[in-house]
Each structure stands twice: as structure tokens, then as C-alpha cells.
Design a protein around this ligand. Sequence first.
Ligand SMILES: [Fe+2]
Length: 146
Amino acid sequence: MKKIQNFTVSHLNEKDFKSGGLRKYSKYRDLGIAKATNGLAHAQVIKMIPPRTDEVSVWHQHDIEFQLVYVLEGWIMNEFDGLGPKVMRKGSCWIQPPNINHIVHDYSDDCEMLEIILPADFKTIETNAGAPQKYLKPSKKVRKKK
Ligand SMILES: [Fe+2]
């Protein structure tokens, strides 16, 4: 059965970025989509909090139906199980298939992303899949680039 969707709009207000979400090293701006779609989808802007610490690098997976991420500012270096490390820069867009194991290695001080997830309510499972949880440092060229 289709879920009822209501019109919603969220205008930029820096005060809307809140801590206390899924990750301590991120601030989230909830775009109000979960409420407007009765839980069909969730959309948020994520600002990564510098400096990067080892806490960020934990293999995990999300029990979702769909997940899209778009880098709005800076860069983030992720690794997806079996695909190797990938540097996503401003303008990069990808989907994370349901339950794919992945890890964050590093990110720029200004890293900001848009994330769209279905459904709005989902579980995150920490795993040990993939490689040892070793910090992979991006090249100097990547770290310097804005
Ligand atoms: Fe994740």
C-alpha cells in the first residue's frame, strides 16, 4: 500500500545541523522527508566533524532498501567490500546496495554530503568483513584538494 506523502520544504539554516545522530563524528540536517513520507524515505545533509579519528573506521552495513550519497563539499575516502578504497569528491554520487559492507577511511575538514535512504527507519550492523581495520591515508594530492 502506498504511503501518504505531504508537501514539505526545508530551507538552509545552519542551526539545523545537529549532533547526536547515528555517528558522533557527524552533524546532521534532517530535511523533513521521513515525516512527510510517513517513513518511506529519509534525506539528510551530513557534515563530517574534523579531525578524523579511528572511531570513523569501522566496517559496517546498513539494512536498507536504497541508499544514495552525493558529495556537496570536500571529499571522503570510503572502501566497499571487494571494491577497494574510493575517494569521493565534490560532485561524486553513488549508491550503496543493501547490506554492502563498507568503511570510512578519511574525509576532508569541509566534507558535506546529501544522503537519501529508504526506508527512513533502518538498522546499522557493525561487522568485521573486509580488510583489517587499518587507517588508509589518502595521498597528499587528495588531502590538499578542496
Ligand atoms: Fe555507512
